[in-house]
Write a protein that binds this ligand. Structure first.
Ligand SMILES: [Zn+2]
Length: 160
């Protein structure tokens, strides 16, 4: 039998993500990323343990896309967030999920890090670079900026 995955542990409240769960209904769960110190970097998953998009049911898909839209809207209201990247990779955690990654202005201040190709920003490289640079343990994620963005987004989500 497989060990219970990290997302399922969050759903069962065995693991508390930084700032707590942001949004949760019968179909989807939204919470802050557990190990990258970038305020507003969220993970959106179906509640049901499925491993790819083909297994996602229509009603789950409806909720996932609704929440993606709402959370993106909430994030771009924040100062310094120019853009929101949405990715699904599935290499570390088997439970299907979307990364909702805020691209802040300050992320462009690393000129030597080779995140551009022909003067165009390479979003995938930036995402990967920032994830490596801001990899953090649980303690570092207890941060006021992170908590305040979580509570603002939670408030916007409950008023859907
Ligand atoms: Zn799971």
């Amino acid at each position: 039998m497989d060990a219970i995955c990290i997302t399922c542990r969050i759903i069962k409240k065995q693991v508390i993500p930084p700032g707590g769960i942001i949004y949760n209904n019968n179909f989807v769960i939204l919470h802050h990323c557990l190990d990258i110190h970038v305020a507003g970097y969220f993970i959106l998953s179906p509640v049901r343990h499925v491993e790819n998009l083909e297994q996602v049911k229509q009603e789950e898909l409806f909720e996932l896309t609704n929440i993606l839209k709402s959370v993106t809207k909430a994030l771009v209201k924040e100062n310094d967030i120019d853009r929101v990247y949405i990715l699904s990779l599935g290499e570390e955690t088997s439970h299907f999920h979307f990364h909702v990654f805020p691209r802040y202005k300050w992320m462009l201040n690393f000129p030597n890090e080779d995140i551009c190709i022909n003067d165009k920003l390479d979003g995938a490289k930036l995402f990967s670079f920032i994830r490596q640079k801001y990899k953090a343990d649980k303690q570092e994620l207890f941060d006021n900026r992170l908590f305040s963005i979580v509570s603002r987004v939670r408030e916007l989500m409950t008023n859907l």
